[in-house]
Design a protein around this ligand. Structure first.
Ligand code: ATP
Length: 256
């Protein structure tokens, strides 16, 4: 006997929601997922009508789902936002060049403007060149510095009021655990914030509309919506994860 959707009681359930355990059909899962992101946005007052919002787009599942859902909610609930995709090309051949091809396709699929800024253009260094110069052993410290500079400086180039990233509940849980292990109390508090608190000069505020979305549900959403995303692991995995916390203040560098 097929299991019926516990929400509509009408259609056949296609999944058991990792977050609630409910068996849902596709349409009810889409609705529940989108509604929860909408509630996150409204409750935390993430955006104001008329703002230009850059969606940090890596081509991966999280930011692809974010772009899809932001576009959909902006239209459904009339947020009045001007959305655009923002990508950073760190200069990693065989990885970022391929993922940026996905972002370019997303740009057409979602009919959103796309701005790509490159490390080479910003700092005169590609990630490949840094690794070549300092070697894999010493790269983490230097790369963190470049990323930190990037987190501060990438925004003015795109002239947006806000940037949203695809960080999800799992990313935040992971960062909490890392900060507990490091005993970094200040960062522990900041890393769970949905928006960056300190807004220094020239620093565009960032926020995380998928803060309460489970990674498993993001994957299910992308799968059932047949979204076009890039899923290969980066060749510099420890270095490239975008920090999920506010880097604009606080204690020193992360240690590798
Ligand atoms: N090169 C990039 N250009 C623009 N935004 C990026 C880039 N890399 C990461 N981001 C942003 O930072 C978020 C976290 O990235 P990270 O690589 O740490 O996690 P992820 O789980 O692999 O994300 P995704 O599935 O979107 O690639 C992404 O969801 C995206 O919004």
């Amino acid at each position: 006997m097929p299991v019926l959707c516990s929400s509509c009681g009408d259609k056949r359930a296609v999944l058991k929601r990792p977050k609630t355990g409910h068996s849902l059909c596709k349409a009810c899962f889409f609705w529940a997922f989108e509604e929860e992101v909408h509630q996150t946005i409204v409750t935390a007052n993430l955006f104001k009508h008329g703002e230009i919002v850059g969606i940090a787009a890596s081509g991966g599942k999280d930011s692809t789902v974010l772009a899809h859902v932001m576009k959909l909610l902006n239209e459904r609930f009339n947020y009045g936002l001007e959305l655009m995709l923002l990508s950073v090309d760190e200069g990693i051949s065989g990885y970022r060049d391929d993922s940026l091809e996905t972002v370019k396709r997303n740009q057409e699929q979602y009919e959103l403007p796309l701005k790509i800024v490159s490390y080479e253009e910003l700092y005169g260094w590609t990630m490949d060149a840094i690794v070549k110069q300092v070697g894999r052993k010493n790269k983490l410290h230097l790369l963190r510095r470049v990323q930190k500079a990037g987190a501060r400086q990438r925004s003015p180039h795109a002239k947006v009021d806000k940037i949203c990233t695809g960080h999800n509940a799992d990313d935040i849980a992971e960062t909490v655990v890392m900060n507990v292990l490091r005993g970094d109390i200040a960062r522990l508090r900041r890393c769970t914030a949905i928006s960056t608190s300190s807004e220094g000069e020239g620093v565009v505020p960032r926020c995380k509309p998928l803060k309460y979305a489970y990674e498993k549900e993001i994957v299910l959403y992308a799968y059932f919506k047949k979204l076009d995303y890039f899923s290969t692991e980066c060749i510099y995995p420890q270095c490239l994860s975008w920090p999920c916390e506010d880097l604009s203040e606080g204690p020193g560098e992360r240690q590798a």
